[in-house]
Design a protein around this ligand. Structure first.
Ligand code: ADP
Ligand code: MG
Length: 554
């Protein structure tokens, strides 16, 4: 509560009005007014060209600062405010965030200190009101920072086209500075470097761990955090992602959750940079996956077998093509389409569980690890057609598919978790034991693909699980039965770009919302990927842990 009072401290919430000159052209005077929602700039000197009035929403503001130039003879102070509004793209129907900087010169008084104080009063008010706009939009009224936010920013110089560091220098450094976010840049040196850092870091030093890479680096960080003896606390560290790789699925998902229309490449980067500066944190589901040997791993994005896993790995060689590598890989794999044999079973989400709203959904980066009692309605609601029925297939996208479901014999559930760090897997029994009775075993044994998703996007242009939200406690399980033609499979992937694949009436595609699954491939060799990384091939099972991690979603 003290922090809430702190938020209003020294900002009365009353409208501010001032007449300042432009920094770049001192002949131009502007009337500047600040309300709770907007900053309005009205040009007083008549303008021969251009617009006379600009209204900028404080929701789009990342920061504002007051300063003096190193000129002792000049008593003026300066005010700069940084906005990233959504603007229509040139020659396109889409919108994306574009940077707008507003700079003013305040020189009403002869005393330089008094001018600076006035500029600081404005800067403080702009910052506090933009923070308030953010929280109000999300149904929250939370504190502003009681101290600076410290971010560890891990950059993988090898990810994607090898440009992550350049992208940081050209786009991210500036926006973080404008937002006043102190960060320490850590350049990873090798595979598993980020994992070791996450496992060993003194987390009291950091308010957030942010990665700039593809999804693979976040996979390392999450698993490093869950390997710690203090995993329960460690996994509550807010995590952020900036797209710098070739597979930027989580970044594309975060952008989608913000309600903005699809963008790619540098526009996606700027959007994620903006959301990162806004600093709103949501809970994020993690899925623990038991492979046949070795300790379990934690996944935040996807588990794939068959077509999708093969494309993911085979497309490594098209890495220089960036995000387009998956499109190329899909076309190549389609030419040699094959069937994958195995057994698939799952524990469906029940209607009760599905209706259960996530409690304590959002936190702010500013108050690290504090859970808000409110449930912000910031994330898109799931369409009702996805509401599952208990123990049936859900949203099977066709009418005449016989739902061949075999019930399993009843066994008392026994946890499969060995003594490991991380939460216990209460829904799983050991892999060599029969499944509990409430599991559903898929009758088919011939598949083209199995894909389990827990975020909306599988790649920048693959909206694979439109109904998925970061904290819905569900694994969105898709499988494609054998017998699908190449053309039909291609149509599915093309539809996936817009997220309309479930509406294509494909006879072979099945979707179910599940809490746990087991997969037993029959072939001795093959590929399974978790979050786009190859893992040990063989039987596996997985269970979702609702809201285990924290994700900066803006
Ligand atoms: P991409 O989407 O381009 O594949 P990822 O973030 O998934 O990018 O990274 C790919 C792999 O690179 C990950 O497995 C990660 O462990 C590894 N990696 C991280 N840092 C380095 C480095 N400095 N050199 C080589 N590989 C690295
Ligand atoms: Mg999810």
């Amino acid at each position: 509560m003290d922090q809430r009072i702190n938020m209003f401290d020294r900002d009365t919430g009353m409208d501010l009005y001032g007449e300042f000159t432009r920094t770049v052209n001192r002949k131009v005077t502007c009337a500047v007014s600040l309300t709770e929602r907007d900053l309005t700039i009205q040009r007083l000197t008549s303008a021969p060209v251009g617009r006379n009035k600009v209204v900028l929403s404080l929701k789009d503001c990342v920061g504002c600062r007051a300063y003096r130039e190193d000129d002792n003879a000049d008593p003026a102070a300066y005010l700069s405010a940084y906005f990233y509004p959504l603007k229509r793209r040139w020659m396109s129907s889409g919108v994306s965030r574009q940077r707008v900087e507003q700079c003013f010169r305040l020189a009403a008084l002869q005393d330089p200190r008094a001018n600076l104080e006035e500029a600081e009063k404005w800067a403080r008010a702009v910052r506090k009101r933009s923070a308030r706009q953010q929280y109000l939009r999300d149904g929250l009224l939370m504190c502003e920072s009681s101290g600076p936010r410290r971010m560890m920013l891990l950059v993988n110089p090898q990810s994607g086209k090898g440009q992550a560091l350049t992208l940081y220098n050209n786009h991210i450094q500036r926006i973080l500075n404008e937002a006043g976010v102190p960060h320490t840049l850590v350049i990873t040196e090798r595979q598993n470097h980020a994992r070791e850092l996450a496992r060993e870091a003194d987390l009291s030093q950091w308010d957030a761990l942010v990665i700039m890479s593809g999804d693979g680096l976040l996979f390392e960080v999450i698993n490093g955090l869950l390997e710690r003896p203090d995993w329960e606390e460690a996994i509550r560290t807010p995590l952020g992602i900036l797209p710098g790789g070739s597979g930027n699925a989580l970044a594309a998902s975060i952008h989608h959750y913000s309600g903005a229309s699809a963008v790619s490449s540098e526009e996606l980067l700027l959007s994620c940079g903006f959301l990162l500066c806004k600093g709103l944190v949501s809970r994020m589901d993690l899925v623990s996956i038991h492979l046949s040997s070795g300790p379990r791993i934690f996944s935040f994005l996807s588990l794939a077998w068959g077509f999708v896993a093969d494309v993911d790995i085979e497309s490594e060689k098209y890495r220089h093509a960036g995000a387009a590598r998956f499109t190329v890989g899909t076309l190549v794999r389609l030419a040699s389409l094959r069937v994958y044999k195995g057994r698939l079973a799952y524990l469906p989400v029940t209607e009760d569980q599905d209706n259960e709203k996530g409690s304590g959904n959002s936190v702010t980066l500013h108050c690290t690890n504090q859970v808000s009692p409110q449930d912000p309605a910031q994330l898109p609601r799931r369409p009702s057609r996805d509401s599952p029925c208990q123990n049936t297939f859900h949203n099977s996208c066709h009418s005449n598919n016989s739902l061949k479901v075999r019930r399993t014999e009843s066994t008392p559930p026994r946890s499969a978790a060995k003594t490991l760090s991380g939460p216990p897997d209460n829904l799983l029994v050991p892999l060599d034991q029969p499944l509990p009775s409430d599991w559903v075993v898929v009758q088919e044994e011939d598949f083209v693909l199995m894909l389990a998703m827990y975020q909306s996007h599988l790649a920048e242009d693959l909206h694979a699980a439109p109904a998925s939200t970061p904290n819905d406690g569900a694994i969105h399980l898709f499988y494609v039965r054998a017998g699908i033609s190449r053309g039909a499979l291609l149509r599915l992937f093309l539809a996936m770009e817009k997220g309309t694949h479930l509406a294509t009436n494909c006879q072979h595609l099945v979707h179910a919302k599940v809490r746990a699954l087991r997969l037993e491939p029959y072939a001795p060799k093959g590929t399974i990927t978790v979050d786009g990384e190859v893992v040990e091939y063989g039987p596996l099972q997985a269970e979702v842990h609702r809201g285990l991690a924290r994700l900066i979603t803006g």
